[in-house]
Design a protein around this ligand. Structure first.
Ligand code: ZN
Length: 138
């Protein structure tokens, strides 16, 4: 069995941002040489997410509106977590959007449904953060 591991780095300009990382993850899969197996992709920080959904800008605005309704960033004082930090909302948003995705690898490709794309979701950005890609198979 082959095993592959890579860390991807992110440093978003905005506090909250969604980035389509599908082609980067596909590049990892090519580099791994694995044809049949499982790919795991997870955020290594507790205020960012990896999730799969549609690459449609209206939907991304809907996510932002929905997350702000559930866990508004301000006022910062509404969160007990915000004693030394101001990112209580980001921890909650990350929990809703998820830590990781697992994708089947078939014939050397990500075995996606028709509109599935992988996204990095940042909720407390403007600093360097990592994402792990782990692929096992043969
Ligand atoms: Zn925090």
């Amino acid at each position: 069995m082959k095993s592959y591991r890579k860390e991807l780095w992110f440093d978003t300009k905005k506090r909250r941002e969604f980035q389509n990382i599908t082609s980067t993850v596909e590049g990892c899969l090519q580099e791994s040489g694995i044809q049949e197996g499982i790919l795991l992709c997870n955020a290594m920080h507790i205020t960012s997410s990896i999730f799969i959904n549609d690459d449609e800008s209206g939907l991304h605005q809907d996510f932002e509106t929905w997350l702000e309704r559930l866990a508004p960033e301000k006022p910062h004082s509404q969160y007990k977590h915000n004693g030394y930090e101001d990112n209580g909302d980001a921890h909650l948003k990350r929990t809703i959007m998820g830590r990781e995705v697992v994708v089947a690898v078939t014939g050397g490709k990500l075995d996606f449904g028709p509109w599935e794309q992988i996204f990095y979701g940042e909720f407390d950005g403007k600093r360097k953060k990592r994402v792990l890609v782990k692929i096992i198979g043969e």
